[in-house]
Design a protein around this ligand. Structure first.
Ligand SMILES: NC(=O)c1ccc[n+]([C@@H]2O[C@H](COP(=O)([O-])OP(=O)(O)OC[C@H]3O[C@@H](n4cnc5c(N)ncnc54)[C@H](OP(=O)(O)O)[C@@H]3O)[C@@H](O)[C@H]2O)c1
Length: 276
């Protein structure tokens, strides 16, 4: 791919993105322009990635690129946009990695630009991200294809309307944490009933999760169909599932109520900070 890419902000997300793009080789290393508030942090990276460009300013990175990934905290996004705004002609595609700042806010600084929002999940580390993406009205089909190719280097890409990005993030971005919390409880309680070592219990659960996912995806099974397959009438699994059906809905309901409320508050605060 011949596109030039800027990564502004090289913290946890920016660095992950940079390494995935370089390792995938879809873009030559010298098509990458990286900027970070603390310059020393990216100067170290230059030892490993000799051909990429270390930029002294965000403006320099944006000026030289077609696609500009903004990987800074929400409180720093406006500062970055104001710094680069003079070099943003209409052909440049801005990608924000923050879910809370809306297109509406970004467009107050970059009125005529193509803008997309991208939310990767932690599973990007093993190239299994389910990256959420949404675009403003200026983004063309061709821009989408190029962006999907870049994001596809570390997993699947899921396009959603902007107003569904919140719930989308609960389902793919928060979910690894929710799954870990649920299974951690299972490990703790299972240990009260067995002498199987913790590590072995964990591996049994992880492999069962992976196998169940594979079974469902390959055979296009629903969760209900798996329950029917495993829980024979009057059997042992059925007893456990009865408890889950009785007790879990209340927990899940409260979990989403709390997370969505927190998300709403975070968005409101991010918008306030952006507008101040
Ligand atoms: N972490 C996640 O799992 C995750 C998942 C999805 C989305 N996101 C979103 O991704 C964005 C980045 O998150 P993160 O976790 O990568 O944050 P982070 O680790 O704190 O990294 C932010 C980076 O931005 C740099 N920076 C701050 N202000 C800057 C400026 N004015 N110009 C250039 N660089 C600047 C910081 O530089 P210094 O070296 O000076 O600190 C730091 O390296 C956030 O909006 C977050 O909401 C994060």
């Amino acid at each position: 791919m011949e596109k030039k890419i800027a990564i502004i902000g090289c913290g946890s997300m920016g660095k992950m993105l940079l390494e995935k793009i370089i390792n995938s080789k879809i873009i030559p290393e010298d098509n990458l322009f990286v900027a970070n508030r603390t310059l020393e942090k990216i100067q170290v990276l230059k030892e490993k990635y000799k051909n990429m460009h270390i930029c002294r300013t965000n403006k320099e990175a944006a000026e030289n690129s077609d696609i500009i990934f903004i990987c800074v905290r929400p409180s720093d996004i406006k500062t970055v946009l104001l710094e680069i705004r003079d070099v943003l002609d209409n052909s440049k595609h801005i990608i924000s990695l923050n879910g809370s700042i809306l297109f509406e806010q970004i467009e107050t600084v970059c009125k005529n630009n193509k803008i997309s929002k991208v939310i990767p999940s932690v599973t990007a580390e093993v190239n299994e991200s389910q990256t959420l993406v949404c675009h403003n009205s200026k983004v063309t089909k061709e821009d989408e294809i190029v962006l999907n190719k870049i994001l596809g280097t570390f997993g699947k890409v899921i396009e959603l309307p902007e107003n569904e990005m919140g719930m989308g993030a609960e389902l793919v971005s928060c979910m690894p944490g929710f799954i870990a919390a649920i299974f951690n409880e299972i490990v703790v309680v299972a240990q009260e009933h067995t002498k199987i070592p913790e590590e072995q219990i964990t591996n049994m659960l992880l492999n069962t999760m992976m196998g169940t996912s594979k079974l469902m995806l390959e055979n296009k099974l629903s969760f209900e169909e798996v329950i029917i397959r495993v829980a024979t009438k009057g059997g042992i699994t059925e007893e456990g599932i009865k408890v889950i059906h009785e007790k879990l809905p209340e927990v899940v309901k409260e979990m989403f109520e709390k997370t969505l409320e927190k998300r709403k508050l975070t968005t409101e605060n991010a918008i306030k900070a952006f507008n101040s």
